[in-house]
Design a protein around this ligand. Structure first.
Ligand code: ADP
Ligand code: MG
Length: 725
């Protein structure tokens, strides 16, 4: 290759362009970066072809490079592809456009090689060697019509790309405009040079300055790449953002007419943009009439058959051009808030109910215990035997009520067993057959192969009874009650719609009635203890509170669906257990032979003076020697002074200062080996259960209230157990 004065500058231009191509390729994850890199490669090719053209010494080699120069026709296509991708068009669309756009340059490239046959691109090529600056050869030609077609096509593609970029310029955030402007400048420089060349000359000879101009462009491109992070950060057109927004967006002009609406708003309002553009905004969304900028309104729409809530925000557009109305979906947030409030309410109620039941049980211990002493004293003395029996009955009912409250507050004493719901429900239904009038049909729809669950059998029985009795009441004794069981695999979508639910395998028990259903107000208070709509004497309002507590303790949840006048479905979900069904424990332990223990000493620890005195009296009647301690420290002192003097400790759980469990561990630390019984107005569960179950912990649990029989039996069996061990 022979040197010309242009050789070095052209090589420099090619090198710089090649660097830009590499830099662009490094940013290839950005949309348009690959096409831009390809365009820069074609620029390098153009420059190199120019170089060879200028250094040609024979007509043949000159014409060879002229033909090669038609490869540069790909530049327009690459540029178009870049602008389209940069503008946010999808790869699929752009590929299709590129394939079409590449047809013309390909045909021209092929035709160039057969120019001798048709002379449509150039004709009459005559070469004269020259030594003038620039080219080594002067070639005179006449350009054919197809050359102009080729040029015009290239320009059309370039122009199209510029239009796309310019349009984007106004759509991208202003922070990105620098990128686009630098790229436009970069492309304008060689373009101007080329136009000057084409205007000045109409032959292929002469020096085209375009390749040199590319060197200048590269400076602009470096600026774009490094200063404005071109091909590194690419803006997503705002129209696309609007399109993808899950919030409904409506744009109103100054006269309140709808001028734009995004797909989300179309879906929410159930209309299509084509039908509503130009229509008064208030006709499409009546709430707009009262909405003012800054004010919020809540609306509900039914989308795909589901009711959803939206907040409507209105904001003015710049220069009073109109308003922007936003519809923000708040359904999930509302649902979560309601669920949270409900959960907090139930927790607070549970805390209160548990506290009341605990204190109640202490009081009832006093009442029932004293009653049992009095009943023994009175013997068959008719005049007071009857009132005493009635008093005991009332106290037992009160104890039942306290027990229900404990279940609701999840302080119940569940003894969960693995069981099959079908069998258990069936057994319960059999046992309450007389509660259901014959006019009421019961349809049993049990799924075969039902999974096992882990739940307290007594609580499950209460659950079924309460649901069935409520259904009976709601149906006034006539209609069909359906009891359905099934296996369900709860998925995440379900959990989203029901915050109380948990995903995974569950067994579902549904109690479906055709009764009168309930209103929203009833639904809100349904599970609260003492909430009832039934007349005095008919309902206690504790049925569903117990159901709630039982289901909670079994780690399940309940969903209620109801329609006023149509009926109600209670769906109880209980987690699946993979353990086999447990065989029932033998009905009752052998009743211990009546044998009164003498000379054994029991230490009773309780902060309630009344309980201390009562328990002392009851134990003394059963033949025990009794010591009492009104708090933890006194109990510890008693044991410290004479560890062997005490045969059994009866320890209250809840005491001020030192609590029952603290006393227990302190006594054990002191080496007390006597059995320790824990007693509490709370049922066995949680921390108490931990104490009783643990080695070195408590030896038994005596729930309050207790009667004399219960107390002496518990003490005796514990002492017996220790002796036989
Ligand atoms: P009670 O039955 O003692 O009133 P519950 O806690 O069992 O108490 O029920 C509370 C209230 O819930 C009932 O008073 C009734 O208004 C409503 N309720 C419960 N179950 C149903 C049902 N299946 N259909 C309609 N209302 C019901
Ligand atoms: Mg009830």
């Amino acid at each position: 290759m022979q040197m010309t004065p242009y050789t070095l500058p052209l090589l420099a231009a090619a090198l710089i362009s090649a660097i830009v191509a590499v830099l662009a390729w490094q940013r290839r994850p950005s949309p348009g970066a690959r096409a831009f890199s390809a365009a820069m490669c074609l620029v390098v090719l153009n420059i190199l072809v120019s170089l060879f053209l200028l250094s040609s010494t024979t007509l043949d080699s000159f014409l060879f490079w002229v033909k090669m120069s038609f490869l540069g026709g790909g530049l327009g296509v690459a540029w178009l592809v870049f602008t389209l991708r940069y503008d946010g068009r999808s790869l699929r669309d752009v590929t299709r456009i590129a394939a079409l756009a590449a047809v013309e340059p390909t045909v021209m490239f092929v035709l160039a090689w057969f120019n001798d046959l048709h002379h449509l691109l150039w004709s009459q090529a005559v070469a004269t060697p020259i030594t003038a600056p620039g080219a080594l050869l002067r070639v005179d030609t006449r350009l054919g019509p197809l050359f102009w077609v080729w040029s015009a096509y290239q320009y059309a593609l370039l122009l199209l790309g510029v239009v796309i970029l310019l349009r984007g310029l106004f759509r991208v955030p202003s922070a990105y405009r620098g990128q686009t402007v630098a790229v436009l400048v970069a492309m304008a420089v060689p373009w101007t040079a080329n136009i000057l060349f084409l205007v000045g000359r109409t032959s292929v000879t002469g020096v085209d300055l375009t390749p040199f101009a590319f060197a200048l462009s590269s400076v602009a491109l470096f600026l774009a790449l490094y200063r404005f992070r071109f091909l590194d950060l690419s803006p997503i057109p705002r129209s696309l953002v609007l399109e993808a927004s899950p919030n409904g967006v409506l744009v109103l002009d100054g006269r309140g007419r709808l001028v734009d609406i995004n797909p989300a708003a179309e879906a929410i309002l159930g209309c299509s943009a084509r039908d509503v553009l130009g229509v008064e905004g208030t006709q499409v969304l009546p709430a707009l009439s009262s909405a003012t900028p800054g004010s919020d309104a809540e609306l509900t729409f039914v989308c795909d058959g589901v009711e959803r809530s939206y907040d409507l925000h209105v904001a003015p557009l710049r220069k009073r051009m109109g308003n922007l109305a936003l519809l923000v979906d708040v359904t999930d947030r509302k649902c979560m808030t309601a669920h949270l409030l409900q959960a907090q309410k139930m927790d607070a109620l549970g805390l209160m109910a548990g506290g009341i039941a605990h204190d109640f049980n202490n009081l009832l211990t006093g009442i029932l215990g004293n009653l049992s002493i009095m009943q023994e004293e009175a013997g068959q003395l008719d005049s007071i035997a009857e009132p005493l029996a009635q008093a005991e009955q009332a106290a037992r009912r009160a104890a039942g009520l306290a027990h229900n409250l404990l279940t609701f507050s999840r302080n119940g004493s569940p003894a969960p067993t693995y069981l099959n719901l079908n069998q258990s429900v069936d057994l319960t239904l059999q046992s309450i057959a007389e509660l259901v009038p014959p006019s009421m049909a019961i349809a049993r729809d049990y799924a075969p192969g039902l999974w096992n669950i882990l739940i307290d059998q007594v609580q499950l029985g209460q659950l079924v009874i309460n649901l069935v009795v409520n259904a009976r009441d709601a149906m006034n004794g006539t209609g069909t009650l359906t009891i359905r069981t099934s296996n369900v695999d709860v998925d995440d979508r379900f959990v989203q719609a029901h915050p109380e639910a948990r995903s995974g395998e569950h067994v579902l028990l549904q109690v479906i009635d055709t009764g009168n259903g309930m209103t929203d107000t009833v639904l809100q208070h349904l599970f609260e203890p003492f909430f009832t709509t039934k007349p005095v004497g008919h309902g206690t309002g504790l049925g569903l509170a117990v159901v709630y507590g039982a289901v909670q303790q079994a780690n399940g949840w309940i969903i209620v669906e109801t329609t006023v006048g149509k009926g109600t479905t209670f769906s109880t979900y209980l987690p699946r257990c993979r353990e086999p069904v447990q065989t029932q424990t033998p009905a009752l332990q052998e009743v211990y032979t009546q044998r009164t223990e003498r000379h054994k000493t029991v230490l009773v620890v309780d902060d309630e003076e009344m309980i201390l005195q009562l328990t002392r009296r009851m134990l003394e009647r059963s033949g025990y020697t009794v010591m009492t301690a009104a708090d933890g420290p006194s109990a510890v002192t008693v044991i410290q002074e004479n560890p062997a003097a005490v045969d059994l400790v009866l320890l209250d759980m809840t005491m001020p200062g030192m609590t029952g469990d603290q006393v227990l561990w302190e006594l054990r630390r002191l080496g007390c080996t006597a059995p320790i019984l824990i007693s509490s107005g709370y049922s066995l569960g949680g921390s108490i259960q931990d104490l009783v179950g643990r080695p070195g912990g408590a030896d038994g649990f005596l729930p309050k209230p207790y009667t004399m029989q219960e107390l002496s039996e518990m003490v005796r069996t514990t002492l017996d157990g220790i002796q036989t061990n």
